[in-house]
Write a protein that binds this ligand. Structure first.
Ligand code: URA
Length: 481
């Protein structure tokens, strides 16, 4: 048996160096053993003879496909004890089958891709469910979060928090390790215990209020609840305490939301997602056949850099058969956290105006031109930034898929960004507002202002007048349907 000792559980470089030596020395997978220093499995290390290269070398050097390295870097973070063996088996088999990683039906390849997906999901959950609590220390405010990730994704995911909370000082504690951002540099330390983290504070109150106002009854569905907000995370989520109350209050909304519940991605979609994670392309071979598929797929979108700083991609919602599609600009702060379009202040303006115009929001498919929240940090806030042309055109690919699936009779574009995305040309909103613009496919497009324009107007009289015009535009839309 050839044994390699790795420095820690996610020691990718150590594994790579040892696996390379093993393969060059012709060590068969069944004869290779990888143990982590200090782990239970390393207990009998003293009785293990150091690995000596005795067999004649079959190879002198080799290269492996980039796809393998990328998958391996993810799989190393998986908690399964046999991950090193699986990766070595793949590395070994790549010698005779250089295209092995493309054979997604192969059991080892499928297993590795599945584990890589689990890791990526754990990282996504961490972005969504880490909750900081405010404590003070001698240097001022410090935010501390306790989190138990399903896989060892702390390091991989920490960059997200640096980008998102650049100006704050914070620390994330997990059983595997901890990290600390002092506003300038990120450092990593040993694992922690729940008792090391603070338990209560005012930020917690904020989360509770926030969650109560954006409560998503789809979380009541057991499968969704386990998939999207697994119980393992509950104990650290202050808002989870509110669930029983909210359950009682939200029965009526539950049915509608449940219908919109995402399902697990199918094999074709998984393949497309894996491809996107590898090289950022989604174009070839992937055409979503349902809106749920789109919702899953957008989470792997790398078509422009906006995904990096957003919590998640936010697709549209509403009936697939909707006659009316409303397109906004991009998710805002609240939409980014909730994963739903128009649930923040602009959404409230839109909801009220729709109701006044006699349009039921439940009949409308509501989406955005850009699916990720573009923003810049300003103190503790995330300030909206208008997407640029290249981001709008990169994201148009998603909007076009939504339009292809929903096939609305009329699309209402809110503001300049939406108009550019829908019509493919720059539009002077004030000049073209309210006109029915017939499209080559026979559908209609109408343009009006964005509801956040109404929110920004400084004096009340102008605001009331402009709001009336907005409602009038919506009434015209309703009449033309
Ligand atoms: N503004 C938008 O354009 N879309 C949203 O979803 C929220 C605010």
């Amino acid at each position: 048996m050839a044994t390699a000792v790795l420095d820690h559980e996610t020691d990718f470089d150590g594994w790579r160096a040892a696996a390379r030596r093993f393969r060059l020395a012709g060590v068969e997978p069944a004869q290779a053993r990888f143990v982590v220093r200090g782990s239970e499995a390393s207990g009998d290390l003293f009785s293990t003879e150091a690995f000596e290269e005795t067999a004649p070398r079959r190879e002198t050097a080799f290269t492996v496909p980039k796809a393998f390295v990328e998958v391996a870097q993810e799989v190393i973070l998986h908690r399964s004890a046999d991950r090193f063996d699986l990766l070595y088996r793949l590395l070994w088999r790549l010698r005779d089958q250089p295209d092995l990683m493309k054979v997604v039906s192969d059991r080892d390849v499928a297993d590795a891709l599945e584990r890589a997906r689990n890791v990526s999901r754990a990282s996504h959950k961490m972005k969504a469910f880490v909750r900081f609590r405010l404590i003070g220390d001698e240097d001022g405010e410090l935010y501390v979060a306790w989190f138990e990730p399903a896989h060892r994704v702390l390091e991989k995911t920490s960059g997200f928090f640096v980008r998102r909370f650049t100006t704050m000082r914070w620390s994330i504690l997990t059983p595997d390790g901890s990290c600390f951002w002092d506003g300038e540099a990120l450092t990593f330390g040993p694992g922690a215990r729940l008792e090391d983290a603070p338990q209560d504070d005012e930020v917690e109150e904020f989360w509770k209020t926030y969650y109560a106002s954006t409560f998503n009854p789809a979380r009541l569905k057991t499968r969704t609840m386990q998939g999207e907000m697994p119980k393992r995370y509950w104990k650290n989520l202050p808002e989870a305490q509110l669930i029983p109350e909210l359950v009682a209050a939200s029965r009526a909304r539950t049915e509608t939301m449940i219908q919109a519940t995402p399902t697990e991605p199918n094999a074709r979609l998984s393949k497309a997602i894996a491809r996107s994670a590898r090289d950022g392309s989604f174009e070839e071979g992937f055409v979503a056949s349902t809106l749920d598929e789109l919702k899953h797929a957008v989470q792997a979108c790398r078509r422009c850099p906006l995904w990096r700083d957003a919590t998640q991609g936010v697709c549209g919602e509403g009936p697939r058969q909707a006659k009316l599609m409303i397109v906004g600009e991009q998710p805002g702060d609240q939409e980014d956290l909730a994963g739903r379009p128009f649930v923040g202040p602009a959404g409230q303006v839109l909801d009220a105006a729709l109701a006044e115009a006699g349009i039921d929001r439940g009949d409308v498919f509501i989406t955005n031109a850009v699916k990720h929240f573009k923003h810049e940090p300003r103190g503790k806030r995330r300030l909206h930034k208008t997407p640029v042309g290249s981001e709008i055109s990169a994201c148009r690919w998603w909007l076009d898929q939504e339009r292809r699936l929903v096939k609305p009779v009329l699309t209402l574009a809110l503001g300049a960004t939406a108009s550019l995305a829908v019509l493919g040309r720059t539009v002077a909103v004030t000049q073209e507002r309210g006109q029915p613009l017939t499209q080559p496919d026979g559908s209609l497009v109408t343009i009006t202002v964005h509801p956040s324009y109404l929110l920004r107007l400084p004096d009340e009289a102008t605001k009331a007048r402009e709001r009336e015009r907005f409602v009038a535009d919506l009434k015209r839309v309703r009449a033309s349907l």
